[in-house]
Design a protein around this ligand. Structure first.
Ligand SMILES: [Zn+2]
Ligand SMILES: [Zn+2]
Length: 175
């Protein structure tokens, strides 16, 4: 049975794309630098895949070690059970992380920042879920990643600060 290969990944720009086949189905593409081509091919063959190295399409930038699994291929099943239950399952390999749907932090009035919050989790098996806060103002964006424990404490800190803020509001003016 074929499995997902564990590719060498140095993170250098890939120069070769290796098409990975099971039987006649193109199931995935592995990206590798020239130095890791032999190694990447070997682990793919060991994973039960037929390999077909080809050049990079012009304008494509991928790091060495990047693996794209086609959702229509037979390898897609191998990814399935590994998603956390909150994951939106949208191209996690490509993003390098599982990610929940973003929750907009909406108020019912215009705000200078657009704020979203989501759960994220790196792909390695020991990874824990984290809370990712994103704030966008015009073209400037910032994001903040918290552990779940920190987010839990933050909830209480915020509740307290909001109480304090409310107490200092006087006749509609902040004092
Ligand atoms: Zn490499
Ligand atoms: Zn996922």
């Amino acid at each position: 049975m074929s499995t997902l290969p564990t590719l060498p990944s140095c993170g250098e720009p890939a120069t070769v794309r290796i098409e990975l086949y099971t039987a006649d189905s193109l199931d995935a593409c592995a990206y590798t630098c020239t130095a890791h081509l032999t190694h990447a091919t070997a682990v793919s063959v060991r994973a039960g895949l037929d390999t077909q190295p080809i050049g990079m399409a012009p304008g494509t930038n991928r790091p060495c070690g990047y693996l794209h699994v086609f959702s229509t291929g037979t390898l897609a099943d191998r990814l399935g059970p590994d998603h956390p239950r909150w994951c939106d399952r949208h191209d996690c390999q490509h993003r390098g992380q599982h990610r929940s749907r973003s929750r907009h932090v909406d108020t019912d009035r215009p705000e200078p920042f657009i704020v979203d919050v989501a759960l994220v989790q790196a792909l390695h098996p020991a990874a824990e879920p984290m809370v990712n806060l994103t704030s966008v103002a015009g073209i400037a964006a910032g994001s903040l990643v918290l552990s779940v424990a920190q987010a839990r404490v933050l909830r209480y800190r915020l509740a307290h600060l909001l109480e304090v803020a409310r107490a200092t509001r006087n006749d509609g003016r902040w004092t």
